[in-house]
Design a protein around this ligand. Structure first.
Ligand code: SIN
Length: 332
């Protein structure tokens, strides 16, 4: 095999993949974000198998960007992480970036990076459901698969590799609090499976993945600093919904609201009227669905912009970026 003399850069952010529990039998009660990215790479190298053939000739660099449980992910870390991705992917000898991340907010980070890191090179996120010292820890295999996939993927795209599957950032979401294969891409499905260091692509899956129509005003270099990012909340439609939360948020100065509507994005009348009032006062409203599969399909009953296939958490990221980009073009 010819040496490629190319680099894969591995960025650590924390999560269960870097977590430790009190005993090797304790998989649910543990401290996330205890082991460094250097240690996680050592655990892959320390596995008894030889490295996958596709990785021969690659060099690896590691960098610890943060060390947190991803429930505490914030805009400052996102900003730093996106800048580091941007920095590394700008280097000619870097083929791709791999990021270790907690599972809880991974889909939001993946979607955010897919919008603001505008390079024709892949970013692969990986994670684990069991802490690093658990007897059957899933982290080392997920990391190995992520590195393997990162060496073979080409072009733009942000991916999740976990539990032997590759998912696209647009569709993937965490669907189970404890199961080992905690992620799902709904009706789109994973684009590939990974077994024994081989990638098995689903027919037509790669071609069906969305190619980002990037907004150049949204590159991480062009975006305002996180202190300027808008305040966007998610509210849910449900039985006996009221307008109180909308009124409180409006009075408190919220910039945007994502509504996790029922079904195809329906909202009860009283909340809808409060939202219309908020809209006339400059609050941006975006409509998603609390159903965990399928896009919201636009009908004449929809009076707000719709999030299409984005779940409410990702729709919130999209709305934050839209508000920022509108503000920036207004100021220019
Ligand atoms: C986290 O999201 O950081 C903790 C949970 C996990 O990684 O599974």
């Amino acid at each position: 095999m010819q040496a490629k003399n190319q680099k894969i850069v591995v960025l650590g952010t924390g999560g269960t993949i870097a977590g430790e529990s009190n005993s090797e039998n304790e998989g649910l009660s543990y401290q996330a974000a205890q082991r460094s990215i250097h240690d996680l790479m050592q655990a892959v190298a320390g596995k008894s198998q030889a490295l996958p053939e596709a990785l021969i000739g690659f060099q690896f660099d590691t960098e610890q960007v943060s060390q947190i449980d991803s429930k505490d992910m914030d805009f400052d870390i996102w900003h730093r992480l996106a800048l580091r991705c941007d920095h590394w992917l700008s280097q000619a000898d870097v083929h791709s970036v791999v990021i270790t991340h907690g599972t809880d907010t991974l889909e939001e980070t993946a979607y955010f990076l897919s919008q603001v890191v505008q390079h024709n090179k892949p970013i692969v996120l990986t994670c684990a459901m069991r802490p690093a010292n658990f007897k059957d820890a899933d982290g080392p295999q997920n990391m190995r698969d992520a590195l393997n996939a990162a060496s073979q993927l080409e072009g733009q795209g942000v991916w999740l590799v976990a539990a032997g599957e590759i998912h696209h950032s647009q569709y993937v979401q965490k669907v189970h609090p404890t199961r080992l294969n905690a992620f799902d891409s709904g009706e789109w499905g994973p684009v590939a499976e990974m077994r024994d260091d081989q990638i098995y692509w689903r027919q037509g899956a790669l071609e069906n993945c969305p190619q980002n129509q990037w907004n150049e005003g949204m590159t991480i270099q062009a975006l305002a600093l996180p202190t300027e990012w808008p305040w966007v909340e998610i509210i849910t439609n449900h039985v006996h919904a009221t307008a109180k939360h909308v009124e409180v948020l409006l009075d408190a100065g919220v910039d945007g609201l994502v509504v996790a509507g029922t079904g195809n994005g329906s909202i009860c009348q009283v909340t809808k009227e409060a939202l219309l009032k908020a809209q006339t006062r400059g609050v941006e409203i975006c409509l998603a669905s609390r159903c965990n599969q399928g896009p919201v399909v636009q009908t004449p009953n929809h009076v707000f912009q719709i999030a299409k296939e984005l779940n409410p958490s990702k729709a919130r990221v999209a709305l934050i970026l839209n508000i920022l980009s509108k503000k920036q073009s207004h100021n220019n």
